[in-house]
Design a protein around this ligand. Structure first.
Ligand code: ADP
Ligand code: MG
Length: 685
């Protein structure tokens, strides 16, 4: 037996007997029944009254009790929202899009009508929209054009316990906005402000740290929703597992062959692991004897396009078992019906900012052990509809050693983009009242990056360049590159490259199992300067194919070249949006303006402007590179199009930490290109 004895039901486990059936897709009448059966429905009137009476409430309730889908509808249906909108913020884009789809169905409208969403590069809302699901990043961005969020009468800050940087930034801003909007109208003076109505705030969370939010909002009342949690038996692995994917595969088939009906939810750190486990489960499932249950695999991760994972909510057909492969998105943001078994690898990916190590304003995603709070949430997902079982692929001792909960992102992420956004609102990051204060080092590092980009001058004041950078829905370094492309007359090329880099799916399909044939096919796109111009070559080749071939032909071409067409399509949409922002700043897309066809140097120069902190110089050993603005020694990632030849200087998109530090997304540039960067040249005032 690989697992030690069960440690009994997880606590707290209250079973009140009522089990809601699996969610069936169907008519809105059955949807209304489902709505009424949710735990939150019992306290509906009391909740509405509380929201009516208070400017801020904190709402706590177990995952799946109906907070995210119902509270906005209650607010709308009870008239609390008046004529303005209700915003519901989510840390992840898939959560925003899939919840909007669900609530639109419950309201019997199309997404984009009364119920809409807004996530980066994808907006579905219109003049009739009353409930809008947005990522926390998008609402912070809306502050730039509407600093008082005047279009909203209620803002629901959901999944507040995740403490993302954007959520913390929003909470801090909301405090000031609410105060301003609740002043008597004559105190606000003339103009727009006098037309504003007061703002209501609902902070929602699935975990128990509600006190902190309540304190932050002057002891706002806390409301609890009685959940329905059935007992979950938890098994720990008897010894620690060195290969969590192999362990997950083994346990899945143990469950599949030995256990009764019920879907399986497997928690994995990221998309790569999800894709690789999906492949192996498929492979083995095909070898099972004919009489065994069929397996339907449903991947679920943040980079999925809207609607791509909708099958996860459909009940499995008879004699099939759904196997959901999810990141921590399924921990609290999205409740999947039918789950009885949870397999928890104990790993997650976490944004981590390495200020000291990298010297630059860049985040990396690191695979890390989860916290106790996550482990308990994951186990809880097995007990929503009846008693369940959770298999932890780590030992009980490992569980006991886990941190209680994660550090808020503000303490471990790059602050560059937030500092810039606040500057545009005329605020300084340090002056804002945050729930947790950021690290002094990270703040300094953010200011340094912005100064290097020319977004701030020597007196830390916002420059016109900085204001323009903030207008782009891009990472500040990519925004800087786009602006630089104006100077070097290469906007068409740069915008194509930046669009691919900003897409949520990867352009190149993972080919670790067929490396040779893929290398052969990809060689023809390979550009001698490296990955950035290689990407451009792929995009151009695809555009030519797109003119000549129909949909099936395009898809086949991508498959043959191990390219992810979704990334190309997403990049195309992003490019079209970026072009609109470019037009505002007179950035020309007229290809005719350049005399020669070879714009490679111009492209690399523009890239260097944004990637100045992500640059490294060849060391005497001829293999490793030392960062120009940090102390890390890096190697070029094996996936790079850049040859093994020696390159005096490189720029790169990101660092990857495995057994050693690799630079990924690399181009070789002449050292002299750094001299064209004003801040490195003190030409900057
Ligand atoms: P909470 O926010 O309290 O965790 P939710 O409001 O997200 O709860 O979920 C309430 C119910 O709605 C759950 O039973 C969930 O399965 C269902 N649900 C949510 N989104 C969808 C969707 N896109 N399709 C089908 N059912 C959904
Ligand atoms: Mg929710």
């Amino acid at each position: 037996n690989r697992f030690s004895a069960p440690n009994g039901p997880s606590s707290p486990s209250k079973s009140n007997g009522s089990v809601d059936g699996p969610t069936k897709p169907g008519k809105s009448s059955s949807l209304q029944e489902q709505r009424r059966a949710l735990p939150i429905a019992l306290g509906r009137e009391k909740l509405i009254a509380k929201i009516r009476q208070n400017d801020v409430i904190v709402l706590l309730g177990e995952t799946g009790s109906g907070k995210t889908t119902q509270v906005p509808q209650y607010i709308l249906e009870s008239g609390i929202a008046g004529t303005r909108m209700v915003a519901v913020t989510q840390p992840r884009r898939v959560a925003a899009t899939s919840l909007a789809a669900r609530v639109a169905a419950e309201q019997n409208v199309k997404v984009g009508a009364a119920v809409g969403y807004s996530v980066r590069f994808d907006e579905r809302s219109g003049p009739d929209t009353r409930i809008k699901y947005l990522t926390d990043g998008m609402i912070v961005r809306e502050l730039l054009s509407d600093p008082l969020l005047s279009r909203y009468s209620v803002i629901i800050v959901d999944e507040a316990h995740e403490r993302t940087l954007r959520t913390d930034l929003l909470l801090a801003s909301l405090k000031g906005i609410q105060k301003y909007r609740s002043q008597p109208s004559d105190a606000k003076g003339k103009g727009r402000a006098s037309l504003l109505n007061p703002l209501k705030i609902v902070v929602m969370s699935a975990t128990l740290d509600a006190e902190k939010f309540s304190k932050f909002f002057d002891n706002a009342p806390i409301e609890y929703i009685q959940g329905r949690q059935h007992p979950v038996q938890i098994f720990h692995s008897a010894e620690s597992q060195s290969d969590y994917l192999a362990a997950a595969l083994r346990v899945f088939f143990q469950v599949h062959t030995d256990q009764g009906p019920g879907d399986v939810l497997i928690f994995l750190p990221g998309q790569d692991d999800i894709e690789s486990l999906e492949k192996s489960i498929r492979l083995y499932a095909n070898k099972l004897p004919h009489k065994s249950m069929e397996v339907v695999i449903c991947p679920m991760y943040a980079a999925q396009a809207a609607g791509q994972n909708s099958k996860v909510f459909n009940a499995a057909p008879p004699n099939t078992r759904k196997c959901i492969l999810a990141t921590n998105i399924a921990e609290t943001s999205i409740t999947i019906p039918g789950v009885k078994y949870v397999i928890d690898t104990g790993k997650c990916k976490e944004k981590q900012y390495l200020a000291r190590e990298t010297g630059g304003g860049f985040d990396t995603l690191l695979t890390k052990d989860i916290t106790k709070s996550s482990a308990n949430q994951r186990a809880g997902r097995a007990g929503r509809e009846g008693s369940g079982v959770c298999f932890r692929l780590y030992t009980e001792a490992a569980y006991n050693n886990m941190a209680v909960s994660a550090d808020p992102e503000i303490r471990r992420c790059s602050l560059t983009s937030s500092v810039l956004q606040l500057k545009c609102l005329g605020q300084d990051f340090q002056e804002l009242d945050f729930m947790d204060k950021p690290d002094y080092d990270s703040v300094v590092s953010a200011y340094k990056s912005l100064w290097l980009f020319g977004a701030l001058n020597n007196s830390k004041e916002l420059t016109p360049t900085g204001r323009q950078m903030a207008a782009f829905p891009l990472d500040p370094c990519y925004a800087r590159i786009v602006l630089a492309s104006k100077e070097y007359n290469c906007a068409p090329e740069i915008v194509e490259i930046v669009s691919v880099l900003s897409a949520s799916s990867k352009l190149f399909v993972d080919v670790s199992d067929q490396r040779d044939s893929a290398a052969e096919l990809r060689r023809k796109f390979r550009h001698p300067t490296g990955d950035h111009l290689t990407i451009l070559g792929v995009v151009k080749a695809y555009q030519e194919i797109a003119l000549a071939e129909n949909k099936a032909g395009r898809r086949e071409w991508c498959r043959k070249h191990f390219l992810n067409e979704r990334a190309l399509l997403e990049a195309r949409d992003i490019r079209d949006q970026l072009k609109q922002t470019c037009a505002r700043f007179g950035i020309s897309f007229d290809e005719g303006v350049r005399a020669d066809n070879n714009n490679d140097d111009a492209v690399l120069k523009a890239l260097a402007h944004g990637l100045v902190q992500n640059s490294a110089l060849l060391q005497p050993d001829g293999v490793t590179y030392k960062q120009t603005m940090g102390h890390t020694t890096v190697k070029i990632h094996p996936s790079s199009a850049l040859s093994d030849r020696k390159h005096p200087a490189i720029i790169f998109n990101e660092l990857v930490y495995t057994n050693q530090v690799y630079a990924r997304g690399v181009s070789s540039i002449p050292k002299s290109f750094f001299l064209s960067i004003p801040t490195l040249n003190q030409r900057h005032s």
